[in-house]
Design a protein around this ligand. Sequence first.
Ligand code: HEM
Length: 426
Amino acid sequence: MEMFQNHDLAFASRKTNEATGAHFYDKGSMALAQYGPYWRMLRRICTTELFTNNRINGTESLRSNGIDKLTRWLWEEAQKKGSVEVARFIALCTVNIIGNVTLTKDNIVDPELEEGTEFLASFGLATELSGKPNVADFFPFLRWFDPQNVLKNAKLAIAPPINFVSCFVKERLLERQKGQINARKDFLDVMLDFKGNQKNGETDAIMSERNISIVILELFMASTDTTTSTIEWAITELLRHPNIMKNVQMELDQVVGPNKNVKENDIGELPYLQAVVKETLRLHPPVPLLIPRKAVEDTEYMGYSIPKGTQIFVNIWAIGRDPDSWEEPLSFKPERFLSSGIDYKGQHFQYLPFGAGRRSCIGIMLAQRMLYLALGSLIHSFEWAFEDGVTPETIDMKEKFGTSLRKADPLNVVLKLKAENQDRKI
Ligand code: HEM
C-alpha cells in the first residue's frame, strides 16, 4: 500500500537488461519502456483508443468465435487421442483472438500448422532469456563478450516473431496506399493513424513502423501465457475440488441453460464463476513478481534509502498467501470473494494479480472477458476428469517460473460431452 499509494511515481520505471535490448526490443516495448514520453504516449493511446469499453464490446464476436473453435479443437483431440493437453490449445486460441482484435486476422495459428507453434515457442524463449541470470548484466565490461551467449540467443529468438508481426504491418500499409480501408478500425489502424498524424520533431516519443510491430507483438506475449496459465490452473483446481466444480456447473446450467453457449452478457450473472477465476489468480498469479520496476530517483521508503536505478520486485505471490490478510491462505475457497468485495483492480493491496498504479496491467478488461468466457464455456461444454492414474490427491501441483508462473507438469484431461449438451453443436 505504501509503495503504490505514496511511491508509485518514484518506482514507475522498468529495469531492462542485455537480453531485453536484443534488436532494440526494449526501445519499442510498452511493458519495458522507461517512465517518460514514449511510455506515456503508448499508455494514453491504449487507454483512450484501444482498451475502451466500446472497443472491447465491439470485439465480443471475435472472442466467442475463437472460444467456439477452442471447444471444437479440444473435442476433436479428445476423440482422436483420449486425453488432451489443454494449455496448448488455450494458448493457440488466445493468439488467434489477439490476432483478430489487433490485426483483423483470422486463424493466425492452427494446431495442425507448424508456424503457429513456432511463433509461440520463439516468443516464449525470448521472454525466458530475458529472465535468465546473465553475468554481463552485473559486470558491464563483459557486455562485449556476451559470455553466456544470452544476447546472441535473445536476438535469434526475438527476430522471427518481430518479423512475423511486421509482415502484417507492411501488408496493411500497402493496402492503405492502394486506398483499401479496413471496415473495422482495429488496433493496428489506430496506431498507424496516430503515426500518420504525428509531427516529426514535436516530441521524442516516436511511433515508428518498427515500434508498432513490437507493441503488437507485445500484446500477443502479454496475453498468451497469462491467460493460458490462469485457465489451466483454474481447471486443475476445479478437478481437485469436485464440489466447487459442481457449484460452477450448477450456476452455468441455471443462468445459461443446457444446449446454449455462454455469452459475455451472462458473465454478470455468474458470480461463482468469477470467484473461481479470482481465487485462481490469488493462488497462481501468472506474473508473481510483477514486471520489475526501477527507482526513477533516490527515494526514502519506509525507513530505507533506495538509490535511483534500484530494481524492485513486488512479490504478489507471497502477498496473496499472507495469513495476516487471508484466512486459510493455502486453501482454494472461491467463496471468500463472494461477500468480500475484494477485486483485482489495484485498490485492494492484499490482492494484486494485475499490479497497481501507473504501470498496472493495461489489458485487464480484455483479460477478464477472455478468462470468464473461456473458463465458463469449457466447463459448460464438457464433463472433465484427470487422465488415468491421476487423482485429486496425486496431481502434481509444482510451479515453473518462466514467462509466467505455469504448471510445471502440463495438465492432461479426459473429456466427455455433458449429457444435457448432447444436442449442442460443438
Ligand atoms: C490473466 C491475464 C493477465 C494478467 C494476470 C496480467 C498481469 C499483468 C501484470 C502483473 C503486469 C505488471 C504490472 C505492474 O508492474 O504493476 C502487467 C502489465 C502489462 N500487461 Fe498484463 N496481464 C494479463 C493479461 C494481459 C492482456 C490480455 C494484455 C493485452 C492484450 C496485457 C498487457 C499488458 C501490458 C502492455 C503491460 C505493461 C503495462 C505498463 O508497463 O504500463 N496483459 N500485466
